[in-house]
Write a protein that binds this ligand. Structure first.
Ligand code: PEP
Ligand code: MG
Length: 313
């Protein structure tokens, strides 16, 4: 083929001048964790996928076994476990809310912890037990956080368990806009670009006709990411991206330039993203990030990023 050969990911993400950008994997259980071990660790373990077809809440013992399977695939390496992201596009029978007109804007993610505090408590207990049994570097984070108060509430629920790090996802515009206050409550954040784009652009992430609006290259989305990246850099806390945007090789230098410190993706994207980052310096990332975020639309952002790359090559 005419496509240039992409070298396989060597296990450490870095720019051409050696700035480390962790390249992590998204997994949904022990079965696909085995295919993800080329990554530096797991940046997003979507625990709801383990239990999607269940009518009843799995026991703590059963959950512990499921989490151990993922930790066991990454001995000594970071695994970021996301607590249940139930509701909206991922309904779970055992945390069923009342029927809602707008489920994406309803009781989903961390919001279900109010209605079902025991479900969160038992899940944290199981994650902690699994982490102890596997001596894992277990980080935990909550999905769908809108306020610093929610981040504080989640962190308080986690502290007694002694996890390596406690964080939250940034996937609402409110959390991005209040990133400094959210970061003050936790050790790290991870940006979910799928939902962040949906809520920033007021466009359903599953809608085909609206796909141009939910593009992560939309300058509005990039500017929200920049707010989070800048806030993280100011306090020296990690800022990851774990949405689909992290798998776009052209976007990787932009995200790093906006202050993102790790990218978590489907394992098949690792080679291309690593190669794209390895071709640019950190300084080029900053130029590319500024060019893309300053553009007027997604097409212009892509062109501006390519132009900034060419002019600084
Ligand atoms: C996201 O919203 O970008 C994300 C990573 O979470 P999910 O796709 O599971 O909603
Ligand atoms: Mg999400």
């Amino acid at each position: 083929s005419a496509r240039p050969e992409i070298p396989p990911f060597d296990g450490t993400g870095r720019t051409a001048d050696g700035h480390h950008v962790e390249l992590l994997a998204n997994v949904s259980g022990g079965a696909d964790a085995a295919d993800a071990t080329r990554a530096e660790g797991v940046g997003l373990f979507r625990t709801e996928f383990v239990f999607l077809d269940r009518q009843e809440e799995p026991s703590v013992a059963e959950q512990t076994a499921a989490y151990r399977a993922v930790f066991a695939a990454f001995p000594g390496r970071r695994v970021v476990v996301r607590t249940l992201d139930a509701g909206s596009d991922k309904p779970l029978a055992f945390v069923a809310g009342s029927r809602e007109q707008n489920p994406a804007l309803g009781v989903r993610g961390f919001r279900t912890a109010r209605a079902y505090p025991g479900v969160l408590a038992r899940q944290l207990e199981a994650i902690a037990a699994a982490a102890r049994a596997e001596r894992a570097d277990a980080w935990v984070m909550a999905p769908m956080i809108s306020t610093a108060a929610e981040a504080r509430e989640f962190a308080a629920a986690c502290r007694p368990h002694g996890f390596a790090r406690v964080g939250v996802m940034i996937e609402t515009p409110s959390a991005a806009l209040c990133a400094p206050e959210v970061l003050a409550e936790v050790d790290f954040v991870s940006i979910g670009t799928n939902d962040l784009a949906q809520y920033a652009m007021a466009a359903d992430r599953q809608s085909g006709p609206l796909a141009a609006l939910t593009d992560a290259w939309q300058p509005a989305v990039l500017r929200l990411i920049r707010l989070v990246g800048e806030a993280g850099a100011r306090v020296g806390k990690p800022v990851g991206v774990c949405g689909e945007a992290a798998a776009d090789p052209a976007l990787a230098p932009v995200l790093v330039g906006l202050g993102v410190t790790s990218l978590s993706m489907a394992p098949r994207a690792l080679d291309e993203v690593a190669a794209a980052l390895g071709a640019v310096s950190r300084e080029q990332c900053v130029a590319v990030g500024a060019a893309a975020a300053g553009a007027v639309g997604p097409r212009e952002a892509r062109a501006a990023a390519a132009g900034a790359l060419a002019s600084t090559a």
